[in-house]
Ligand binder design. Sequence first.
Ligand code: AMP
Length: 499
Amino acid sequence: MNLPLIIRAEEHSEKIAIATTDGSFTYRDLLHTSSQIATNLLQNTEDLQEKRVAFLIPPGFEYVATQWGIWRAGGIAVPLCVSHPRPELEYVITNSGASIIVAHPDFEGILRSLPPQASLAEEHNLRFILTSETLPSNIARLPEVDITRRALILYTSGTTGKPKGVVTTHQNIQAQVTSLNTAWEWTSNDRILHILPLHHIHGIINVLTCALWAGAECHLLSKFDAETVWRRLGDGNLTLFMAVPTIYVKLITAWENASKERQKIMSEGCAKMRLMVSGSAALPVQVLEKWQTISGHFLLERYGMTEIGMALSNPLHGERLAGYVGKPLPEVEVRLVDENGLVSAGTPGEIQVKGPGVFLEYWQNPEATAKAFQDGWFCTGDTAVIENGSYRILGRMSVDIIKTGGYKVSALEIEEVLRSHPDIQECAVVGVADIEWGERVCAALVLQGSQPLTLESFRSWAKERLAVYKVPTQILIVEELPRNAMGKVIKPTVVELFK
Ligand code: AMP
């Protein structure tokens, strides 16, 4: 039996699946190219047997065909982030134990760094495939992949240093996708504009896979650009849009800077859509209100996480509450727990989640996996309260988790990198509240030696080692860090220093 996602695609074969600036591709194209890619990956073997295949491809048809090719060959897809510097890419490749890398030629350089640095592929004994290579014309017999097998590893930051690989099976993904397809009433007539990163759950599951499961059209932009997005929204032929609050803030700014005439076209385009969604970070009520005046849409806010898919959502029909994330989605069980056990409505507690969409494990980390569950419930580390029958997110339980522009980053991971700077003796990284970014990454630094440190030189040093969204936007040079009696840095006090 083929994977259900493939069987469903066969039912829509003449419909457009992916539209990009390079052209439109039907479900038939996607099925054909992904079977060629699967054949190439298999190289005369019968089944990749959950080998990890890392891929670094910009958003577009090749990305999607490669992801499906990996699945159809029985492999585990490990998407790499196009904006990550070499050390972060290397971490994911090494940690996942990838044995094949598929790369777009634009990224050949970074993955095969020039001598004297040995190439990543050689260092890790990897098979290296470029997307520009000719694909085989004879399609191999593809393996039967059971839905209980592992499908995807996405890297996500936690409170303990380095990111962890979140493993989901085909069954988990299917549950996450069908829950959203049902709740938000996806159909094959939908057309969604995709502007989100493709190494994160929001872009991969909520937008791309939900669209393809429904037989809908997914219009992929190669990168986010407010003007281009507004042009597409203004065309008025899309039905759905999903983004993080930071993107809505950028779109509001672009709308405000447009002429009255343009503003009218932009707003009318939005009014023709059936649903606009926000998530991955708290949506400030003032952003929601502003967007409503611009677009006529009361944004549907939802809450979810890489490990669980989406858990809570405001309703598609019926009243949506500003500042609330609604109720549990279909097939998802949610409870709130504090140190005394289950809490009643009106009392804050940790969000815990159970259901078929909850991930299988942290990759090769049974200890972290066991710690993340309590009696079979996944502990999210977020607190919420139920008011008027709707959940309101109160925040994260750890100050060391920062959400910036929809990305979850670990303060500890950044601190670890900063401490390797020759002029930095000690540091404390914190998230400082910001209307556009949700939180901004800021760093208080204690220097060693007599070298002065400028923000510019510090940031360019950090950019070579950290993804751009993890590079602190502001630094403060301090004599010493505030500590409690136990010697632990008092992060709320550090946050205050930046205000
Ligand atoms: P990620 O796994 O990167 O999607 O990050 C998941 C985290 O994002 C959650 O644990 C929350 O802390 C945060 N998050 C997601 N959606 C929302 C929301 N609607 N409001 C507030 N925080 C959110």
